[in-house]
Design a protein around this ligand. Structure first.
Ligand code: AMP
Length: 218
């Protein structure tokens, strides 16, 4: 590849953007840059900065740009082949920061209705041992991980109130960014209500179509 490839995957919480960003990054040997993962890692520290970040995450509120931008800039420097951005940008100011850091090749929006997103978040469980994601049957709070046998629990911010706040933040702050990317001819919509494999195929097709040099290698 002669220059880095950079893709942003944007979508409501529950649309599968983490899964799809990971699959795409593995397929194209790019860095999966998830700001949610970076922030959750920062939040496990002991200092007051970690405590502040924990507060935002647990409330389902956006972490201040200055914190997130710093983490992203550092991760981009360590990713010379390019990144699949997952959860970034989420605000107009972050769009400007990202434009200064990289040249985006394509922006994928994973389309999913708000009601379906809420239902998926209510069922989502994350493995405490290996980070695998699965769906719990209705009424079951904890399930066993099919990959490692660990205990799978609900993320703090998947509880109803925080989940609704996060979906609201998406509609208010993030969805308007898409119009700007559309005007720049970068935006491709993918139907996220399809099975995971079908979504992954559509995402890969969108990236390959916009980056013809990949068509033979992907
Ligand atoms: P996610 O895993 O992408 O759903 O992100 C989980 C949480 O991390 C969000 O609810 C925010 O609190 C925080 N977060 C992730 N990405 C960003 C971002 N780009 N800007 C601000 N906060 C973010």
């Amino acid at each position: 590849m002669d220059r880095p490839l950079n893709v942003a995957v944007i979508g409501r919480q529950g649309s599968g953007k983490g899964t799809q960003a990971r699959l795409l990054s593995e397929r194209l040997a790019l860095t999966h840059l998830s700001t949610g993962d970076l922030l959750r890692r920062e939040a496990t520290g002991n200092g007051s900065a970690a405590e502040v970040i924990r507060g935002y995450l647990e409330a389902g509120a956006l972490v201040p740009d200055a914190v997130v931008d710093g983490l992203v800039a550092r991760a981009v420097r360590e990713a010379p082949a390019g990144c699949v951005f997952d959860g970034y940008p989420r605000t107009p100011a972050q769009v400007d920061v990202l434009d200064r850091l990289v040249r985006l090749d394509v922006v994928i929006e994973l389309d999913l209705r708000s009601s379906e997103a809420l239902a998926r978040l209510a069922a989502r469980r994350v493995c405490m041992r290996c980070d695998a994601i699965d769906r719990a049957p209705l009424g079951r709070e904890t399930i066993t991980c099919r990959s490692c046998g660990g205990s799978m629990v609900r993320r703090h911010d998947d509880h109803a109130q925080a989940a609704m706040r996060r979906l609201d933040a998406y509609d208010r702050a993030t969805a308007p960014l898409l119009a700007a990317y559309e005007r720049r001819g970068l935006l491709v919509h993918v139907d996220a209500a399809q099975p995971v494999d079908a979504v992954a195929a559509d995402v890969l097709h969108a990236v390959v179509t916009t980056s013809p040099s990949l068509a033979t290698s992907a």
